[in-house]
Design a protein around this ligand. Structure first.
Ligand SMILES: O=C[C@H](O)[C@H](O)[C@H](O)COP(=O)(O)O
Length: 262
């Protein structure tokens, strides 16, 4: 069964499985969105059902909320939890300073609010998400629908003077209609290729009237769990660098892996 899954899926799985061990009884935990975070939610569901793990999960999207409930996880809102011990989420890119691009799945706004309300953010990612400089992945920016093309024009104009290689901002579509986020907004994907100064970019974007939030997560992530297709995982901490190398035994975890991928 494991042989039918791609190395990238295995890498996502092992990162998620390793990070699930950070969750302890009684914690309030932010649950990310995306394919890697979905592995995490399934792993945690298994731990709730099989091992009696007890924690409250705060989802970062309606789809994560649905999956978490299906898995038997107790789901509460951020307003009920107020403050979280931990958030575990995926990323589209991470750099050497553990700064991130997120929002490929359109959930960046709730993800940033939840991660910022947490004592610790752990990112789970396959090694292909690691980059020297952020920006090859188009940067998602959540904008209000009103006057969206004026916001698009303002962003493109502003990018001309910044340390980026591209300036196209394309409206994300869902078939024939604009993609709409859980908060009822649109997404512009900025094709920058290289973001020389992510901190400055994040500040400049968030100062524009139509912009709600951008997908740059600066100084938010504390730890990255990097998964490899052969089962290896590396834990990298913002202060201490690499803190552990592990390997998940696919033979031992094959049942879990098989059950979860159904
Ligand atoms: O909006 C989506 C999120 O930021 C995801 O965490 C990110 O796009 C990574 O997703 P995936 O794990 O599917 O690559």
């Amino acid at each position: 069964m494991t042989g039918e899954l791609s190395p990238i899926d295995k890498a996502k799985f092992v990162a998620a499985r390793r990070a699930a061990d950070f969750v302890e009884d009684g914690m309030r935990v932010g649950l990310g969105t995306g394919s890697t975070a979905a592995w995490l939610v399934r792993c945690l569901g298994e731990m709730v059902r099989e091992d009696g793990l007890k924690f409250k999960g705060v989802p970062t999207s309606t789809r994560t909320a649905e999956l978490a409930r299906d898995q038997g996880i107790e789901v509460v809102s951020l307003d009920e939890a107020r403050w979280l011990d931990l958030t575990i989420d995926g990323a589209d890119e991470f750099d050497g300073d553990l700064n991130l691009i997120k929002g490929g799945g359109g959930a960046l706004l709730q993800e940033k609010i939840v991660a910022t309300a947490s004592d610790r953010m752990v990112v789970i990612a396959d090694v292909g998400k690691q980059v020297e400089t952020l920006g090859a992945f188009p940067l998602p920016v959540e904008i209000v629908p009103f006057g969206w093309s004026a916001t698009q024009a303002l962003i493109e104009e502003t990018l001309v003077s910044m340390d980026v290689l591209g300036r196209d901002a394309t409206l994300r579509m869902n078939g024939e209609a604009p993609f709409v986020t859980d908060e009822g907004n649109f997404i512009l994907d900025l094709h920058l290729h290289r973001i020389g100064n992510p901190r400055q970019m994040a500040l400049v974007l968030n100062q524009m009237p139509g912009v709600v939030e951008n997908g740059l997560f600066i100084d938010i992530c504390d730890t990255v769990v990097i998964g490899y297709g052969d089962g290896r995982v590396e834990l990298r901490d913002i202060n201490e660098g690499t803190i552990a190398h592990d390997r998940l035994d696919f033979v031992e975890s094959e049942n879990l892996f098989t059950d979860l991928s159904d």
